[in-house]
Design a protein around this ligand. Structure first.
Ligand SMILES: Cc1cc2nc3c(=O)[nH]c(=O)nc-3n(C[C@H](O)[C@H](O)[C@H](O)COP(=O)(O)OP(=O)(O)OC[C@H]3O[C@@H](n4cnc5c(N)ncnc54)[C@H](O)[C@@H]3O)c2cc1C
Length: 386
């Protein structure tokens, strides 16, 4: 008899991966099962980021390969999927380090910046953060008030950034500031005088992630801090598109894990005449709906990976996938939360934590509305942002 199809791979997509891609996914999954799943609820509850895990994440060899252009987009995506199966905060550490710090150095950095930073960042010996958002400018970063001005031998940067992930543990920050009216990227060591990171507390989402405010009070940096190729907002957006790609895959992992956990729970919970809840019609309808949505998310992620590998990926395609996959993932997580009943609100189960973290994921790297406007502009040729 043929084995039953599972919600996580209803259309046998796993058959599509090469042995190498499958190997990456299996390695990350084994790491998540052993090192993350037993503790993730506690990190969330205590609102701590597991810094001690950083060397072991480095051992997965994902970012080092990224920094050397030695990992294909599908392998990278599968790794993100497995990481976010464990924790959105952990996947975010990798997305920031990979897409928002390593990528800008590779794409826009000088030879000196590449030689100084790519090795340590790839090995996670150095942590980086990305500071674009400001207290008054999130969806519209073009309005930023952070300024850079020329001083002898370099620049002086003054401004206030907010929500920089890993800002409090970073050794280097990719800071976006206006210089001569243009948005420019600067690579700033965080021990510079005037650079003040402050943790953001009181979060009920992304509790296990280091979110920070960055005050830059007349921070002086040498000429060599400017990322020479990053002298427009388009450069910052190109970085965001890398990180959005990893979100598209990551939320597939979060949604699949919610479905798996909920299905196991409902199969083992008899109610009404001793029949497991999973055997009731309304519940099966929800699972069929969630599996259809998850399958759509997976196919979109795969197609995005194929287009990326072929060098044909357009920003609007990333936007559509980010918008769609985050919305579907959060709907699945909310449905699973309900299906777990009262147990859905305790950290003995992972669904509640995942659902709360997805509130961040649907907001950062461009909200759903902003991505809809990007897609709308692509379709109509008309800009509707303002
Ligand atoms: C945990 C966390 C981590 C983050 N990490 C980083 C990071 O590492 N680096 C970084 O730079 N930033 C980071 N961010 C910031 C994030 O990218 C911004 O919060 C996001 O871009 C939205 O900006 P905002 O919060 O200012 O919302 P706003 O721009 O104020 O938007 C508020 C609402 O209005 C809607 N809206 C805005 N403009 C329009 C429009 N034109 N039409 C219709 N609706 C509109 C939005 O969709 C949203 O629903 C992080 C955020 C969080 C929560």
């Amino acid at each position: 008899m043929e084995p039953s199809l599972s919600a996580g791979d209803f259309y046998l997509l796993e058959d599509e991966w090469t042995a190498e891609q499958r190997g990456v996914a299996e390695r990350v999954r084994a790491f998540i099962d052993a090192e993350v799943m037993p503790y993730a609820g506690e990190w969330h509850e205590r609102a701590v980021f597991p810094r001690e895990l950083i060397p072991r994440i480095a051992g997965l060899d994902l970012l080092d390969r990224l920094a050397h252009n030695a990992i294909d987009p599908i392998s990278y995506g599968l790794a993100m999927r497995e990481l976010e199966r464990g924790s959105s905060a952990l996947r975010s550490l990798m997305s920031v380090q990979g897409g928002l710090v390593i990528f800008p150095i590779m794409a826009f950095g000088s030879d000196e910046q590449k030689a100084r930073w790519l090795g340590p960042l790839g090995r996670l010996d150095a942590i980086g953060c990305f500071a674009l958002t400001e207290p008054a400018f999130g969806s519209n970063p073009a309005g930023m008030t952070t300024r850079a001005e020329r001083v002898p031998g370099g620049f002086r940067i003054h401004g206030h950034k907010r929500w920089a992930t890993n800002g409090t543990i970073a050794q280097v920050a990719v800071v976006w500031a206006k210089w001569d009216g243009k948005v420019c990227g600067f690579l700033i060591e965080t021990d510079r005088r005037g650079f003040q990171p402050r943790p953001i507390h009181n979060k009920w989402s992304f509790r296990a992630s280091e979110s920070s405010e960055l005050i830059l009070e007349n921070v002086e940096v040498p000429e060599s801090a400017l990322l020479p190729g990053a002298q427009s907002l388009g450069a910052a957006i190109a970085c965001l598109n890398q990180a959005r790609y990893s979100i598209v895959w990551g939320v597939v992992g979060a949604a699949a894990a919610c479905i798996e956990e909920t299905l196991a729970y409902l199969k083992a919970r008899p109610q009404f005449d001793g029949k497991p809840l999973a055997g009731h019609q309304l519940i099966q309808h929800r699972f069929a709906w969630m599996t259809a949505e998850l399958t759509g998310m997976q196919l979109l992620a795969k197609r995005l990976g194929d287009l990326k590998a072929a060098g044909r990926l357009k920003a609007a395609q990333v936007s559509l996938a980010k918008m769609n996959n985050c919305r579907k993932a959060i709907e699945i997580a909310r449905a699973c939360r309900e299906l777990l009943g009262a147990n859905g609100i305790v950290n003995d189960y992972h669904v509640g934590r995942r659902m709360l973290d997805l509130e961040t994921v649907i907001t950062y790297e461009g909200t759903e509305h902003i991505h809809a406007l990007v897609v709308g502009q692509e379709l109509t040729g008309l800009k509707a942002f303002s």
